[in-house]
Write a protein that binds this ligand. Structure first.
Ligand SMILES: Nc1ncnc2c1ncn2[C@@H]1O[C@H](COP(=O)(O)OP(=O)(O)OP(=O)(O)O)[C@@H](O)[C@H]1O
Ligand SMILES: [Mg+2]
Length: 232
C-alpha cells in the first residue's frame, strides 16, 4: 500500500456496480477519502449516490473492483469482524429505516446497545442528541407518528449515537426547513471536527455551497471531482 493510502478511510479501486438485469449504477469508480475528511457527493436522481454509500457498509457488494474501509477489504469481512466494522460506521439512510413501533429514544438507544454502555450514559446521550436536533419533546413518541422531517433527524441521531469513525448520510436535509438544516449541518460539522470521516450524498446545494469541503459528482456512473477540499 502506498503512503498516501495508509490514512485512507475509504478507498475504492475500479469499482463497478451493475444491478440485474443490466443497470449500470457505477462504472470504474476509483476514489480515496482520507480519515477526517468531510465530502459531499452530488449528482442527479439515479446517478448512483445511494449505491456508492451502500457499497461502503457492505449493504451491496461491488460487481467488480475493490472496496477498502480503513485499510480492510470489505469483501473479506464476515461474521464478527464485519459486525465490529459496522459498529464503526454510522449510516443515516435515505429511507430512514426506523423501527416505527418503537419510541424515538428506543431507536437511538439501540445503536448504542452493542457498546455495553451504562444505561445512565445511554439516556444522557439520547437526551443530548435530541436537544441538539430540537427533538426533545419527541423523546417518547413512536417514530411512526412523526413527520418526515422529524424522522429524518431521528435517523441521523441514531447514526451518530455511537460516535462512529465513519458516518454515511444519504440526503440528510431532504425534508427539512432552513433552521433544521442548520442544526443537522452543525452537528455533522462538530463530529467532523472531532475526527469523524463524513460522507454526505445530497441534492441540496445550500449545504455545500458555502463550505470548503471536497465536492464530488456522480454522472453516468462515474465519479467527478468538482471541488478540492481543505482539511480542517
Ligand atoms: N436494488 C436495485 N435493483 C435494481 N436497480 C437498482 C437498485 N438500486 C438502485 N438501482 C438503480 O441504480 C441506479 C442508481 O440508483 P441510486 O439509488 O444509487 O441513485 P441515487 O443517486 O441515490 O438517486 P436519488 O437521488 O434518487 O436518491 C438507478 O438507476 C436505480 O434505479
Ligand atoms: Mg439515493
Amino acid at each position: 500500500m502506498s503512503d498516501q493510502s495508509t490514512n485512507a478511510m475509504v478507498e475504492l479501486i475500479k469499482v463497478s456496480k451493475t444491478y440485474r438485469p443490466n443497470i449500470r449504477a457505477l462504472e470504474d469508480v476509483s476514489i480515496s477519502i482520507r480519515s477526517g475528511e468531510m465530502v459531499f457527493i452530488t449528482g442527479r436522481s439515479g446517478a448512483g449516490k445511494t449505491t456508492f454509500l451502500k457499497l461502503l457498509c457492505k449493504m451491496e457488494l461491488p460487481t467488480k473492483g475493490l472496496v477498502e474501509i480503513d485499510g480492510l477489504d470489505i469483501r473479506k469481512m464476515q461474521g464478527k469482524r464485519l459486525s465490529l466494522l459496522r459498529q464503526q460506521i454510522g449510516v443515516a439512510y435515505q429511507d430512514f429505516k426506523l423501527l416505527t413501533d418503537r419510541t424515538v429514544a428506543e431507536n437511538i438507544s439501540i445503536a448504542m446497545e452493542v457498546s455495553y454502555l451504562k444505561q445512565q450514559i445511554v439516556r444522557k446521550r439520547v437526551r443530548a442528541l435530541l436537544e441538539e436536533l430540537d427533538l426533545s419533546d419527541k423523546h417518547s413518541s413512536m417514530t411512526g407518528d412523526l413527520s418526515r422531517g422529524e424522522q429524518q433527524r431521528v435517523a441521523l441521531a441514531r447514526a451518530v449515537a455511537n460516535s462512529p469513525k465513519l458516518i454515511l448520510v444519504d440526503e440528510p436535509t431532504g425534508n427539512l426547513d432552513a433552521t433544521s438544516t442548520g442544526l443537522v449541518m452543525d452537528m455533522l460539522a462538530a463530529l467532523n471536527n472531532s475526527g469523524a470521516t463524513i460522507l454526505i450524498a445530497t441534492h441540496d446545494h445550500t449545504i455545500y455551497r458555502d463550505v470548503d469541503h471536497r465536492l464530488l459528482e456522480l454522472r453516468s456512473g462515474q465519479m467527478h471531482q468538482l471541488r478540492d477540499g481543505v482539511m480542517q
